[in-house]
Design a protein around this ligand. Structure first.
Ligand code: PLP
Length: 387
């Protein structure tokens, strides 16, 4: 990489930089351990097992459960969501989802619907990208097996009403799956509110490396899940069937232990720092970002200020892809342009067909970086409209 100054504002995609301790833990594992987890009895293999257990323990503690076996580990948020979605759904089931979802939820659901395996109801969002809890609950019927709702939109950062939906689902039959991709690590979440399945990657706000993610499955429904991927688990190798118990039933194949070594440390750092202080940092960056953008002529901001420092904008008469290229080339400001893997929300935000320019910060972002990004967006808009 060249050494030019980078103002990294693509944290909603993945957080960067990772802490030195996270990088060191990965290097240490590769150099001096290197063993697979769950497959051997020698010392290094036990060390690898310890890393995996550490991650499970930290994730469990951060989501409010003491049952570490209810947390299965996956290669990213998408793999975790697919394990949950394909795991619980059966032919003839009805699913309720929202237009705020990421394609890692929408695409598996559409795949199943297109093959006439499930019925699907997509609940619209308002022009700020927020789902109405009552509308979502009203769509639940006696054949609804699954309700899925993202905790926050990855396009605008808009928080979704997961508490109200979880409360309403207590009186109904189906399971609730929450996608916490944008919130895990920066917003407190407790599965005891009535979440049956909770998925998130480890490489976003919880500051682990790429190649990490988890799925929580409420112990009461673990028997309802069929493994979506089958293969070796290092246990009961004489059997042609996948183990019936969590987490092994959802963890076919070797885990990405070197990334987990880094995530284990990132999670320890998160627990030491506390989610609430990270929440405070996020809210303060969000307020600075939204305040700054709101004052810029020829810049439209989609959605409203909320607790997450994710903002989607459009510069009048400039395609988001061109805006992102100029910001990168001229100012070293790294953002993301387009649809952000969210096929449905833009129709409601009014950001189709070009999508948005998304600016997203994390707990390592400084106020100076936010100000530099806002000023750069302002300069691009001003220059374009001064002629
Ligand atoms: C809301 C949301 N859900 C799911 C995902 C998928 O996560 P991953 O990229 O780790 O597969 C993302 C990633 O951007 C996301 O923002």
């Amino acid at each position: 990489m060249n050494q030019r100054q980078r103002i990294y504002l693509d944290h909603a995609a993945t957080s960067w930089p990772k802490s030195v301790a996270v990088v060191d833990a990965m290097t240490r594992y590769v150099h001096s351990c290197g063993a697979a987890a769950g497959r051997g009895g020698y010392h290094a293999a036990a060390e690898a097992d310890g890393i995996v257990t550490n991650v499970r323990r930290s994730v469990a503690a951060l989501i409010g459960t003491s049952d570490i076996s209810s947390v299965s580990l996956h290669s990213n948020g998408t793999a975790a969501l697919n394990a949950g979605i394909h795991g619980v759904l059966r032919p003839g089931d009805h699913v309720v989802t929202s237009a705020a979802e990421h394609n890692s939820v929408l695409r598996p659901l559409h795949f199943l619907r297109d093959r006439n395996i499930i019925d699907l109801t997509v609940v619209p969002v308002d022009r700020d990208g927020v789902t109405d809890a009552d509308q979502m609950l009203a769509a639940v019927t006696n054949t609804t097996r699954l309700v899925t709702l993202t905790h926050a939109s990855n396009v605008t950062g808009a928080m979704q009403p997961i508490e109200s939906v979880a409360k309403g689902m207590q009186a109904k039959e189906g399971f609730l799956l929450v996608d916490a991709a944008q919130t895990f690590g920066t917003t407190a979440i407790d599965v005891a509110m009535g979440i049956d399945l909770l998925a998130a990657p480890g490489h976003k706000a919880s500051a682990g490396p790429l190649g990490t993610g988890f799925l929580y499955v409420n112990p009461a429904i673990q028997n309802e899940l069929v493994p979506f991927v089958q293969g070796g688990t290092g246990s009961r190798s004489e059997s042609l069937d996948m183990p019936a118990v969590m987490p092994a039933k959802l963890e076919a194949g070797n885990l990405n232990v070197h990334a987990l070594a880094g995530w284990a440390v990132a999670l320890q750092e998160l627990r030491k720092a506390g989610v609430e202080p990270r929440e405070t940092i996020a809210r303060s960056l969000a307020s600075r970002l939204y305040d700054g953008l709101a004052g810029l002529p020829h810049v439209r901001v989609f959605g409203k200020f909320g607790p997450l420092p994710i903002a989607s904008v459009a510069i009048e008469d400039l395609a988001p892809t061109d805006a992102a290229a100029i910001l990168d080339a001229e100012f070293g400001v790294e953002t993301r342009a387009g649809w952000h893997c969210a096929a449905l929300i833009h129709g409601y935000l009014g950001s189709d067909p070009e999508g948005t320019l998304r600016i997203s910060a994390g707990h390592t972002t400084t106020e100076v970086e936010i100000d530099a990004a806002v000023s750069a967006v302002g300069q691009v808009a001003r220059t374009l409209h001064s002629h």
